[in-house]
Design a protein around this ligand. Sequence first.
Ligand SMILES: *[C@@H]1O[C@H](CO)[C@@H](O)[C@H](O)[C@H]1NC(C)=O
Ligand SMILES: *[C@@H]1O[C@H](CO)[C@@H](O)[C@H](O)[C@H]1NC(C)=O
Ligand SMILES: *[C@@H]1O[C@H](CO)[C@@H](O)[C@H](O)[C@H]1NC(C)=O
Length: 444
Amino acid sequence: MRFTTFSILAGLLLPGLAIAQLSGTVGPSTSTAHKTATKICNVLNYGAIASKTSDLGPPLASAWAACKSGGQVYIPPGDYGMSTWVLLKSGTAVSINLDGIIYRTGTAAGTMIFIEHTTDFEMYSSTSKGAVQGYGYVFHKAGAYGPRILRLYDVTNFSVHDLALVDSPAFHFSIDTCSNGEVYNMIIRGGNEGGLDGIDVWSTNIHIHDVEVTNKDECVTVKSPSKNILIENVFCNWSGGCAIGSLAAGTDISDIEYNHVYTQNSNQMLMIKSNGGSGTLKNVIFQNFMGHSNAHAIDLDSAWSSMSTVAGNGVGYSNITFDSWHGTVTNGANKPPVQVFCPAAVPCTGITISNNFMWTEAGSKVLQKCSNAYGSGACLSSGASHTSYATVTKTITSVASYAITTMPGEITAGLGISTSIAIPAVPTTFFPGAKPAKALLGAS
Ligand SMILES: *[C@@H]1O[C@H](CO)[C@@H](O)[C@H](O)[C@H]1NC(C)=O
Ligand SMILES: *[C@@H]1O[C@H](CO)[C@@H](O)[C@H](O)[C@H]1NC(C)=O
Ligand SMILES: *[C@@H]1O[C@H](CO)[C@@H](O)[C@H](O)[C@H]1NC(C)=O
């Protein structure tokens, strides 16, 4: 297994282009040191007890209230139970340093830690060992779901990093209507079933990089509305895979880039999903994708059967590039590694599929299928009048340079849903050969 020369060059040449998808600076406006110098609100001074049977909820809320106008909420190393959830709002120049481990004990729905209407915010672990253990298997083995772990709503100028989110009873991390954020050096380990999304983002100007996700649903997924989202160095280590969607009425997404995404044993390497709907998804680049043992690779499905049809002629898809894809799918004749199924009433335009080196693990051919899709490469139609057309199938019987460097320590079976999932260390690589943009805090 080896890198092709092309992908090495592409990797070296990318940083300048990559930054282009962001619209400005991301991250907190004042430094970690500035916040700790202002004030430290140690949860132990607000009633917290370092014990798995304590409830961190009220002490955490009190520490936030005391530091939310400037300072750091500090959760020192140790184990903390959490039986009530917290809504932490209206913060300015505030951080949460989670060096301890929070163990879910409560059973209410909702979100364990919900941050809203806050600016200049950082949530991290200074040792890279902070974690939230959701014990989702307790719900999942009974066929149920519980609370989400972490949600940010209307948070501006922020970062979340050096944390592990484990076995959420529902979604792990949602970034809703936020702006100027950075998320990095994170690991998410969820159960092996749907509904346990890794990172979902619908926001503006967000940089998500160096993250690993295990689950069986969304790895890192962009939802509507979103603008200027850059997602790099992602390891979907047995997951559902990354996606954009599901998209419905009034979709409004533009200027999105995914770069250096490694996916194994997932449903797809990248899916764009809708069924009816309206609005637009435009100016999107998916580049330097590598993967193996996935069912699908490129999968744009505007009649996605897992979603009920919503009103509208379909989402308008335009100016979407898939460049430099390497690897294999499980059976490329059965599930084509290129599928671009666009709405008949609004055909896709400006789709580019270039340097596509996707081969199959079973059989000796791969198919490419397109309908109502215009642009260049693969089975796309190059016609200038964008009329609807029925599915066109292209058969490929050999692909050069599909080989990839695999990631170390790939998961070889899902983590199940009936036993507890161990808290992992935050990894130090998220894409073959790539170093994270920022070193782990715990490494220094
Ligand atoms: C967020 O950061 C940007 C760039 O550093 C700054 O211009 C802006 O005022 C900040 N916004 C808030 C709400 O603090
Ligand atoms: C297409 O999208 C790319 C990437 O977002 C952007 O740089 C370019 O300007 C867009 N092209 C047009 C014609 O809008
Ligand atoms: C992938 O997941 C498996 C199972 O949790 C883990 O053992 C392995 O370390 C992960 N790989 C990496 C590189 O983190």
